[in-house]
Structure formats: structure tokens, C-alpha cells
Design a protein around this ligand. Structure first.
Ligand code: HEM
Length: 442
């Protein structure tokens, strides 16, 4: 009754009923992989919610940050510890969900014309999410995060010509650690980066609505979808429930980042077993495998960390950012596409994807090379050389192998093909049957 009256009140003033009607009737794709992006969205919402709570308890000064995080486990904050655990778990799951979502976009060709811009926006969000994670991980000013910051500071210093200035802006001075460091990180982590992600996310989703979802075709004459209400809405609410349940279980049973065990940051102590959160481990691995040689360019010394710490991630990022255009050029396919492809449809793409995944995994594993060497009883420098060779040979082998397998599979299963423009849109109804909607609406 109250809802009806509120709806009437709003409709009288803003004509909202028509919008609600269109929204409720909107048809969404009927495939599980379209929920992957939503998991990322829900992790982000949890991060914002728990993050706001944490700002009330956190002291953003370098002197008190560590104590204020430890105090979250006190009686003065009855649920502080759990909130912090949920927040950190949500952060690591957020990046994982983004990567899985990106994998579906990549391997099904959803990034092709006209969705190149949304691919690029997505990639920027991935980078921002990792950076937000890193700044948050560094906030407690504990022994582990301080070591990570010190590494990031050295990498920033290695930028030719502007390194000293850039590192100074990042940490708030030219002596590491500066008293302003935690306040700088806090501003980035709490205001700047999340707001930027939220703005890009709004644009990302607006573009999905404007350009409409891509579709998998069931057969050349049919496209299948579900109405927003009640079918799709109930499913997405279930996805939200699953996200919350997983986070609650993880936070309850698996402690993440126990800063109490690491102690406060002391610049003169470097913890050898230090490892970053999983999504930053590839950078750590890259630094461990990089050559220790200092090059000179035009008489200017370039520190060794510059290549693995900055050049490698930047080149990879730019390559992925431009991938929709690179692929269009290599395959000559510049036509607009609203229908997704089988993962094996473009062997070149499968090969490139496999090569990137191989190197990503290898660098991540290399982040723990000291522990692997100790466990396997091999010399650390032998292992480093094995990794270095695998870093170059591995992606070639993995890429060629994956592309050939894809080509073989493609030859066996005929490609799905585009539905004709007059393909009939079938809407799955609540009884599990299908209703014809008329020409495909998206
Ligand atoms: C903050 C992280 C992200 C969130 C919350 C998010 C969310 C979503 C959602 C809910 C959709 C609609 C459902 C779907 O198609 O799966 C979507 C579509 C899309 N996303 Fe993302 N996304 C994120 C990051 C990314 C990344 C990293 C990329 C690629 C680099 C990307 C590329 C795309 C594209 C191209 C579409 C349209 C796909 C289609 O219509 O089939 N997104 N995103």
C-alpha cells in the first residue's frame, strides 16, 4: 500500500511509472557468465559499505594508524575485527572477480566493435582496483605493508628524470617514510580512488545499457533472454546473497593480514617472508626476476627496478588496453558484433590469452621463489634462471599450443554465426518454457 502510494506520488511529479515499466520488462541474457560482472559489482558495494565503517575507527596519522587498527579487535569495537576482515577479503575477491569477468569478455570477443571503449574503461577500473587495494593494504603501517611501500617508493624513484619528484609527491617528501605518508595513502584510498572507480563504473554500466548486452545464440534463429522482473532480479539478488555469504565465511574462518603478528613498521627491519596481496604478487615476482644491471640512457643511470617494476606492467597494460584494435587489425574483422563467439573461434586470441595467463601465473609464483627454493632444496639463483627462461619460452609454447588446440576444435565444431536481423527473441518464462518476443531486442 505504502509502495503503491509512493509510486503514485513520484509518477505524478516525474512520470516514473513508464521508466519502471520499461526497466522491469527489460530482457537480460540467459547465460551464467553474465553474472560474473555482477559479482565484481557486489564486492565493490561491500567494500564501500565496510570501508565507510572503518573510516570511523581508523586514525589516519602515521603515529597512530597501527594502534587504531589493532584496537579494532578490542571490546570498544564489538564488530570491528569482523568488518576489517570482510573488507580485506572483499578487496582480494574484487580483483579476482574483475579478472574472471574480463576473461569472459576477452575469450568470447565481447570487446569487439562497438564495445571497445567499455573494454578500455574496464581495464582502467582493474588498474585502479589494484592500486586501491595496495593503498589500503599499506594503511595499517605494519611491518609488512611498510616493506611493500618501501619497494613501491624505490620503483617510483627509478622513473627517469622525474623519479625523485614523483616519489616525493607519492610519499609527501624525500625521506622515506615521511610523517605524511599515511595521510597521503588515506586520501588516495578513501576519497580519490574509490570515487574514480565509482564514476567509471557508472559509465561502464551506462554503456552496457546503452549499447545493450551481447548475446549467445542458441541456434541461428533464436536468442534467449530473461525479463528483469521477476526472473533476472531474483537471480541477481541470489548472486548478492552468495557474495555476502562467501565473504562472511572467509572472514569468520580464515584470518587475513594479521597485522598484530607483524608488528609496527620499523624502517630498519625488512621482513624476508613478506608477500603482497595476490594481485600485486606478479610485480614482486617481476622484481625478483629482473636483471640486477644498471643501464645508462644518455648518461642518465636507470636503476634495475625500472624495467620489471614499471616498464613491464605498463607495456602489458597498454597492450591489453589496445587489444580490441590490435585484434581487429590482425584478423581484418572490423564489423560490429552483438553476438558472442565460442572461445575457440579465434585461435590467435586464444594463443595470446594463454601466453598472458602463463606469464601472469609464472610471475606470481616467482614472488615466492625463496620459499619454493627452500622447499625443493634447489639453489635460489638456479630457480631464478629457470623462471627467467620460462618467462620467455613459456608463453610462446603455451600460446602456440593453445592456438592450435583452438583451431582443431573450431574445425570440428562449426562456428555459431550471427543470427539474422529478424531472429526471434525467446524469453524464458517462470514455468521454464519460452515465449516469443518478436525480433531480437537485446
Ligand atoms: C569494477 C570492475 C567491473 C565491474 C563491477 C563490471 C561490471 C560489469 C557488469 C555488471 C556488466 C554487465 C554484465 C556482463 O556483461 O557481465 C559488464 C559488462 C562489460 N564489462 Fe565489465 N565490470 C568491471 C570491469 C571490467 C573489465 C576489467 C573489463 C575489461 C577489461 C570489462 C569489460 C566489460 C565489457 C566489454 C562489457 C560489455 C559485455 C557484454 O555486453 O557482453 N569490465 N561489466
Amino acid at each position: 500500500m505504502i509502495v503503491r502510494r509512493a509510486a503514485g506520488w513520484l509518477d505524478e511529479r516525474f512520470g516514473t511509472n513508464a521508466i519502471v515499466h520499461v526497466t522491469l520488462k527489460k530482457i537480460y541474457p540467459d547465460h551464467w557468465s553474465f553474472y560474473l560482472g555482477e559479482f565484481a559489482l557486489y564486492f565493490f558495494l561491500v567494500l564501500v559499505g565496510t570501508g565507510i565503517w572503518l573510516t570511523f575507527a581508523f586514525d589516519a596519522s602515521s603515529q597512530n594508524a597501527y594502534a587504531s587498527v589493532l584496537a579494532l579487535a578490542d571490546r570498544s569495537h564489538p564488530i570491528g575485527y569482523v568488518i576489517r576482515q570482510v573488507h580485506h577479503w572483499a578487496a582480494v575477491c574484487f580483483v579476482a572477480a574483475i579478472l574472471v569477468h574480463m576473461g569472459r569478455i576477452f575469450f568470447t570477443g565481447a570487446f569487439r566493435r562497438p564495445r571497445e571503449l567499455n573494454w578500455m574503461i574496464g581495464l582502467c577500473m582493474l588498474m585502479l582496483a589494484s592500486f586501491t587495494g595496495f593503498t589500503g593494504y599499506s594503511l595499517p603501517n605494519d611491518g609488512l605493508s611498510g616493506t611493500g611501500l618501501r619497494i613501491a617508493y624505490s620503483v617510483a624513484l627509478s622513473i627517469p628524470l622525474i623519479g625523485r619528484w614523483a616519489a616525493g609527491v607519492f610519499v609527501g617528501g624525500n625521506d622515506f617514510p615521511t610523517p605524511q605518508l599515511t595521510t597521503h595513502l588515506y586520501t588516495l584510498h578513501v576519497y580519490f580512488l574509490p570515487v574514480l572507480i565509482a564514476a567509471l563504473l557508472g559509465l561502464h554500466l551506462a554503456l552496457v545499457i546503452y549499447q545493450k548486452h551481447t548475446q549467445f545464440v542458441r541456434d541461428p534463429a533464436h536468442v534467449v533472454g530473461r525479463r528483469f522482473w521477476p526472473d533476472y532480479a531474483l537471480r541477481t539478488i541470489a548472486a548478492l546473497g552468495a557474495t555476502l555469504a562467501v565473504l562472511a565465511l572467509l572472514a569468520t574462518f580464515f584470518e587475513i593480514n594479521p597485522v598484530g603478528d607483524y608488528g609496527p613498521y620499523r624502517p630498519w627491519i625488512v621482513m624476508n617472508g613478506a608477500v603482497p596481496d595476490w594481485y600485486a604478487a606478479f610485480l614482486e615476482g617481476s622484481l625478483r626476476l629482473g636483471p640486477a644491471t644498471e643501464f645508462r640512457i644518455a648518461g642518465h643511470p636507470i636503476p634495475p627496478v625500472f624495467w620489471p617494476g614499471l616498464v613491464l606492467p605498463t607495456v602489458t597494460f597498454l597492450f591489453l588496453l589496445l587489444w580490441p584494435f590490435i585484434e581487429a587489425r590482425l584478423t581484418g574483422d572490423r564489423a560490429p558484433h552483438d553476438v558472442l563467439q565460442r572461445t575457440t573461434a579465434v585461435p590467435l586470441r586464444v594463443g595470446v590469452g594463454a601466453a598472458l595467463i602463463f606469464d601472469g601465473l609464472l610471475l606470481t609464483i616467482a614472488a615466492g621463489d625463496d620459499q619454493t627454493a627452500a622447499t625443493l632444496h634447489v639453489r635460489l639463483d638456479t630457480l631464478v634462471w629457470v623462471y627467467r627462461i620460462a618467462l620467455f619460452a613459456g608463453p610462446v609454447i603455451a600460446g602456440v599450443l593453445a592456438a592450435r588446440i583452438a583451431a582443431e576444435m573450431r574445425a570440428r565444431v562449426p562456428a555459431g554465426g550471427e543470427p539474422p536481423p529478424d531472429a526471434v527473441l525467446l524469453v524464458r518464462n517462470a514455468r521454464g518454457g519460452y515465449e516469443e518476443e518478436g525480433p531480437q531486442a537485446g
